[in-house]
Design a protein around this ligand. Structure first.
Ligand code: SF4
Ligand code: SF4
Length: 298
């Protein structure tokens, strides 16, 4: 089996111990917790596709340590995948608690900490410091991801910087509580560079508990009717019209197929997930009505 799925991100549950104003988790994303049945079929898919990396996400994945251990203990491939945990760091009350969580996750090599001015309303910086210290002592890679709504958020981001610490940004999309609260990253003007891009998540795959497998880690996977975007198995998804369109076409080519005038695109369409969400449902409709995505350039 070719290594077409790397990394595999697993939403082990949508539950969380805090309530960030900018949270992108949609009620339609998936279920509160991964089920026993899902764990069994997920393990079969992992053993079949041998991803090199597995990323546990949520919600807050540290609330689902039993399920994470169950998934990892079922993996039987010769070279076990490297494991990343994306967390809000709430569990890092003390060094002992932090070590106990991190040491309990087999093959853990990286911790990604979601921290910004919104998370800081619930998680003390002291906990983040403990988490970073313990990660360094255990030899784990560590990165902070900071959500930004306005360029002013870069001030908070700069306050987190320290030698050797990787800090990256994530633009807030209008999804979940962010949408309810009228929050999103606003671009000043349309960046035509997006027209040459494809989905940034191509190559990887996401499993959302209560939902299924999809390449989409953005809004399409949270649509009320996601039957075209999410599938029961990885093979089914890789063979879907949705996957074929995403992998074959740039956003500029999709805009041309849709008959869009790219001169008049709005600033928000500079963000790949925004232009994608605006284009893809119409393109899928076209495919249902006879347009053949395989005939590109013919
Ligand atoms: S953004 Fe992350 S930490 Fe905050 S409420 Fe949502 S899932 Fe929880
Ligand atoms: S919305 Fe589109 S670009 Fe964004 S992750 Fe989903 S498929 Fe990819």
């Amino acid at each position: 089996m070719s290594n077409a799925v790397d990394p595999l991100a697993i939403t082990v549950g949508t539950g969380c111990n805090i309530r960030c104003r900018h949270c992108l988790v949609e009620p339609n994303l998936g279920s509160e917790s991964i089920s026993e049945k899902e764990i069994r079929s997920l393990v079969l898919e992992i053993n079949k596709f041998s991803p090199g990396h597995i990323v546990f996400t949520g919600g807050e994945p540290a609330l689902y340590l039993r399920q994470i251990r169950q998934i990892l203990s079922g993996i039987s491939i010769a070279v076990p995948p490297k494991v990343t945990l994306i967390t809000n760091g709430y569990f890092a009350g003390s060094r002992a608690e932090t070590e106990s969580v991190l040491k309990g996750i087999a093959h853990l090599y990286k911790v990604v900490v979601s921290y910004d001015r919104f998370h800081a309303e619930f998680v003390e910086k002291r906990k983040i410091s403990i988490l970073l210290d313990v990660c360094r002592d255990l030899g784990l890679q560590v990165k902070i991801v900071c959500a930004v709504e306005t360029p002013m958020d870069l001030v908070f981001l700069n306050s987190l910087r320290s030698p050797g610490l990787v800090v990256s940004i994530q633009q807030i999309l209008p999804m979940g509580r962010a949408k309810k609260n009228g929050m999103e990253y606003r671009c000043a003007s349309f960046d035509r560079g997006v027209l040459d891009k494809k989905c940034p998540n191509l190559g990887g795959m996401v499993f959302n508990c209560g939902s299924g497998f999809t390449v989409c880690c953005g809004p399409l996977a949270s649509f009320a009717d996601k039957s075209e975007y999410v599938h029961g198995t990885i093979a089914e998804h890789l063979e879907s019209v949705f996957y074929r369109i995403l992998s074959e076409y740039t956003f500029g080519e999709l805009a041309a197929v849709s008959g869009w005038d790219t001169v008049r695109l709005n600033p928000e369409h500079s963000v790949p997930c925004r232009i994608c969400t605006a284009l893809i449902p119409g393109i899928i409709d076209k495919a249902r009505n006879g347009w053949d995505p395989n005939k590109k350039g013919l």
